[in-house]
Design a protein around this ligand. Structure first.
Ligand code: ADP
Ligand code: MG
Length: 262
């Protein structure tokens, strides 16, 4: 994995250098996702909705991407397509050597199981299982998974292993959901409005957990939000409008989630 290898330095040096090194990486490296002319149309005739109207993007190993755009601009549709939850109507959608636009259901299931972690606005934890058991559900069927305890430690919940969801705050439940998503060490972490149901302070702690996963595991991470404040924590900010990429902007450096001004 390339990102951890180049991050030999520590602390602020590493943060400052990251943008430049990322650009240098992109010049030579193959993208994780190659997306060209991607469209997705729902329904037909009078009820037809064009959710994606021709998206062109390359997404690279280890990037932390914040995806912004108004409600209805196609963000969730895009995430579901690159996550193998939905298939495009037309266009090119490649994950490394895998053609996601042409893959059958079995191959998509395998792709989701091995390569993708999802985090949604609502945590979808099983109420009758503890934090540890919710994460272990996944680690038991994945290969090369980290122990559930290690995944929960990574999101700062090492002291809450045996709590049930009802005994945890919203932010803590979301961090269990993040631990569950990353315990199998997916190459890609897709987060759809992960702080949408949380207050500001709690949201920041959740973003800190996502940022740490991205930095320490080198997981290509996409965070959907309609909160433009979060743009500063990204390596790259992509804006959607009417089912298209309106802009893609590389930040010179990443801001810590705790420094974001809400
Ligand atoms: P965003 O996440 O940016 O709010 P979405 O990707 O959810 O946008 O939706 C983009 C457009 O596609 C919207 O007009 C939405 O109503 C429509 N849409 C999304 N999913 C479906 C679906 N399953 N069936 C029909 N229309 C859909
Ligand atoms: Mg959405």
């Amino acid at each position: 994995m390339r990102i951890p290898k180049i991050l030999g330095r520590s602390g602020n040096d590493r943060r400052l250098a990251r943008g430049a090194e990322e650009s240098a990486l992109h010049a030579g490296g193959d993208p994780v996702f190659r997306i060209r002319g991607l469209t997705k149309t729902y329904g037909s005739g009078l009820t037809e909705v064009r959710a994606l109207a021709g998206v062109d993007l390359d997404l690279y190993e280890g990037e932390l991407i914040v995806l912004l755009g108004p409600s209805g601009s196609g963000k969730t549709t895009f995430l579901n397509n690159i996550g193998g939850l939905d298939v495009p109507t037309s266009g090119e959608l490649r994950y490394r050597q895998l053609d996601l636009a042409a893959a059958g259901e079995d191959r998509l299931t395998q792709y989701r199981r091995i390569s993708v972690g999802f985090v949604f606005q609502f945590y979808n934890l099983i109420p009758s299982l503890t934090a540890r058991e919710n994460v272990a559900l996944i680690t038991e069927i994945a290969r090369d998974a980290m122990p559930a305890e290690a995944a929960l430690e990574m999101v700062n919940l090492g002291a809450r292993l045996d709590h049930f969801p009802a005994q945890l705050s919203g932010g803590e439940q979301q961090r269990v959901a993040i631990a569950r998503a990353i315990a199998k060490r997916p190459e890609v972490l897709l987060c759809d409005e992960p702080t949408g149901a949380l207050d500001v302070q709690t949201g920041i702690v959740v973003l800190e957990a996502i940022e740490r996963v991205n930095r320490e595991l080198g997981t290509l991470t996409v965070i959907i939000t309609h909160n433009a404040v979060m743009a500063d924590m990204a390596d790259r900010v992509i804006r959607f409008s009417d089912g298209r990429v309106q802009s893609s902007h590389q930040n010179a450096q990443r801001a810590l989630p705790s420094s974001l001004k809400w």
